[in-house]
Design a protein around this ligand. Structure first.
Ligand code: BES
Ligand code: MN
Ligand code: ZN
Length: 509
């Protein structure tokens, strides 16, 4: 976690840190601060730029060591490209790339000088704030179980402790940074949860993690096995019954919508399988350790609720996570068992490894029953099949409503957390019919992600706008990039936060 990383905003004339990054826009346009550095250092920047053919292109950079007369160890000139066409996402990515450049050598503190013009869409202050968010996301690492902190183990990147972002109006930049920081904290929280091993993070512990949100004003309720038995959640409970660690359902309520009328909430439902062995239909050994990340959906929901509450989002939102462990044992569910879900529908368990949908079935039903939501979005590392279809770059989106799907797709475009819409179809639903019960939990060989979605849809009430996001490919071990170097990606927090900000929050964006 990045708690030992401080981001501060300071005026342009602040004395720079020993490592300093100065931004240059397209055509090697330096702000007054950069020109001052160039003059002082007898044109070190101009000479190095010419030697390296550096022109300020987006994300290109040059490094000048011990520039004469500047009194600093390193000066990195970092290209911003054309300010007019810079997107928010590019500014965030640049913040990540800048931290990577600083971390390439040992510096415990650094300055980034954002002395640029700004454009109609992004002011210099906003660029500074977005760079701060990218820096936070890039700086994240999960090293809590390394007992040696020496540089020989490659732990030296913990070296960077403080980043001072210098900008014309630091107060404005800091104000713009607050909500962005809240979102980065949510992402890094989700990463922590996904990275945590299952011996430490069991279903009870995962549910308890939501309690930390109370200090942000979130109401938290945790249902235990008895509570869920009373509600008739035979489907969720059948998954956890093979584990010595009891199941939980955690509910986080953020009532942030301003105004007199009580607004229906948006509901986020997360699959929180802390470890998925497959149960009696046990998985092969190779790679099974990755199944500690089978709560990536729940982590995204907790991270999103954190982000919304920390930035005091003007929305009513509820996050619900079904926390279970899928283990084989003498008490485990067998293939062929028939269980009754809270909805009243019965399910024949064909494959105990198709457990995520069994968990979601009851949590989805409970969410609709209890909160009468405006819409429901579930997130789950649900199928290997979605990875076969979309790889590690895109998560699959299924939706019973085009408007909701389009809102998610547009949030996806603005955050770079990519979604690809997949089909719901009667034919996939039919594949879930069972001879012995209302439905079975596993379809045939084909369209595994779509038949899983069809199963979930049987637990969505007629008028509820609903989307299902299968993030099996993106929640963990995805492609590393400027803003993520972590196995647990924290994927989905920025997407859902932007979905709320762009489409479900009144007032300003
Ligand atoms: N948790 C897995 C899906 C998964 C696989 C997530 C790999 C991340 C990486 C899920 O519970 C599962 O086992 N799904 C089965 C369903 C099948 C038995 C119908 C699958 O996809 O093979
Ligand atoms: Mn499984
Ligand atoms: Zn699973």
């Amino acid at each position: 976690m990045s708690d030992r990383f401080e981001i501060a905003f300071a005026p342009l004339n602040t004395e720079p840190e020993t490592a300093t990054v100065v931004l240059a826009s397209d055509g090697l346009v330096l702000g007054s601060k950069g020109r001052e550095f160039d003059t002082k250092s007898a044109s070190a920047i101009s000479k190095a730029a010419a030697a390296a053919d550096f022109k300020g292109k987006y994300k290109s950079s040059i490094e000048i060591l011990a520039p004469a007369k500047l009194g600093i160890d390193r000066l990195i000139v970092s290209g911003l490209g054309k300010v007019g066409s810079l997107t928010e996402q590019q500014a965030v990515d640049l913040g990540g790339a800048i931290v990577a450049a600083i971390q390439a050598r040992k510096s415990s503190s650094a300055s980034v000088i954002v002395d640029v013009e700004g454009s109609e869409t992004l002011s210099a202050n906003e660029i500074a704030a977005l760079i701060g968010q990218g820096a936070m996301l890039r700086h994240y690492n999960f090293k809590k179980y390394h007992t040696k902190k020496s540089s020989e183990d490659g732990n030296e990147q913990e070296g960077l402790k403080k980043l001072v972002i210098q900008v014309a109006n630091p107060d404005k930049a800091k104000a713009a940074f607050q909500p962005l920081k809240a979102v980065a904290n949510g992402v890094n929280l989700a990463r922590d949860l996904v990275n945590e091993p299952a011996n430490i993070l069991g279903p009870v512990e995962l549910a308890e993690k939501t309690k930390a949100l109370e200090k942000l004003g979130v109401d938290v309720e945790i249902l235990d096995v008895k509570d869920m038995e009373k509600l008739g959640m035979g489907s969720l409970l059948s998954v956890g019954q093979g584990s010595v660690r009891p199941s939980r359902l955690a509910v986080m309520v953020w009532n942030g919508a301003k105004g007199s009328k009580k607004q229906k909430p948006v509901c986020f439902v997360g699959k929180g399988v802390v470890f998925d062995t497959g149960g009696i239909s046990i998985k092969p050994a190779a790679g099974m350790e990755d199944m500690k990340g089978d709560m990536g959906g729940a982590a995204a929901v907790i991270g999103t609720m954190h982000a919304l509450a920390e930035r005091k989002a003007n929305v009513n939102a509820v996050g619900l996570i079904g926390c279970v462990e899928n283990m084989p044992s003498g008490t485990a569910t067998r293939p062929g068992d028939i269980v009754k879900s809270m909805s009243g529908q019965t399910i024949e368990v064909i494959n105990t490894d198709a457990e995520g949908r069994m968990v979601l079935a009851d949590v989805l039903w409970y969410a609709q029953d209890k909160f009468k939501p405006k819409l429901v979005i579930d997130l789950a590392t649900l199928t290997g099949a979605i990875m076969v279809a979309l790889g590690k770059e895109y998560a699959g989106l299924f939706s019973n409503e085009d408007k909701l799907a389009d809102e998610l797709l547009s949030a996806s475009r603005s955050t770079g957390e990519k979604l690809w819409r997949m089909p719901l179809d009667k034919a996939f639903d039919k594949a879930m019919d069972s001879k012995n019960a209302d439905m079975k939990n596993a379809g045939g060989r084909w369209a595994g992600a779509a038949t899983a979605a069809a199963f979930l849809q049987r637990f969505v009430q007629k008028d509820t706008p609903w989307s299902h996001i299968d993030l099996a490919g993106t929640a963990m071990d995805g492609n590393r990039n400027d803003t993520n170097q972590s196995w647990g990606a924290g994927w989905g927090v920025r997407l859902l936060n932007a979905f709320v900000a762009e489409h479900h929050e009144k007032g300003e964006k």
